[in-house]
Write a protein of this length. Sequence first.
Length: 251
Amino acid sequence: MPRSRDLVWDGCLNVRDLGGLPTDDGQTRFGSVVRADSVHLLSDEGWRALVDYGVRTVVDLRGDHEREDDPPADLPVDVVHVPFMEASEQEWEEIAEQLDAAVAAAPDDATATRDVYLIFLERFADNVAASLRAVASAPEGGIVIHCVGGKDRTGLLTALLLHLAGVPDDEIAADYALSEERLLPRHQVWFDAAETDEELQRLRRIAQTPAASMIGVFAELERRYGSVEGYLHHIGLSDEELDRLRARLRD
């Protein structure tokens, strides 16, 4: 029986190993990189499962304000905090206007999500590079990458890692799409609390992870930069760093 990529860590909903996905000469390695929703939700049992899985480093993509309510804990792993999106209040106002315009102009939800992600990748290029460097420089042992839901920031970062490892775009997009299903119990609470139809529609759009969105992100990066690697070089990553990132998921 094939090894399952889905991991059951009590307290989280959206945890899976990046191993077991096809590449041009085999498959990605299990036990190296795991994607997750916020690990601060883990119970004691969940933390034991994380450690027992061989995880030694947690890469936390959340912003400082998202970490304020974390319970105090003496964690059994190293935590590297690398905010994927960080900007001043004035910059966020400008970004919010850009995001609203992109969503309003998009013909469908999948295109809206694609265009929002592309804005993130352009506006927060330094953060993207820092996040990837945190993965490349982590010591030996398993790595968990997480944000809040584990679908947008984590989805983009893990998609870039899988691309470097040689996983086909459609397989990467299918992995990304799983988050919508995994997070449904949490999102349903949002939907039930919506006070207007407009708010409900906004929340339903935010909760989606259409495979076409990630396919579109890769296609647009290729158009703008010649390749996904071209984008990564553009944001400052060296060939040596890209090789180290590939090695995380390749034997």
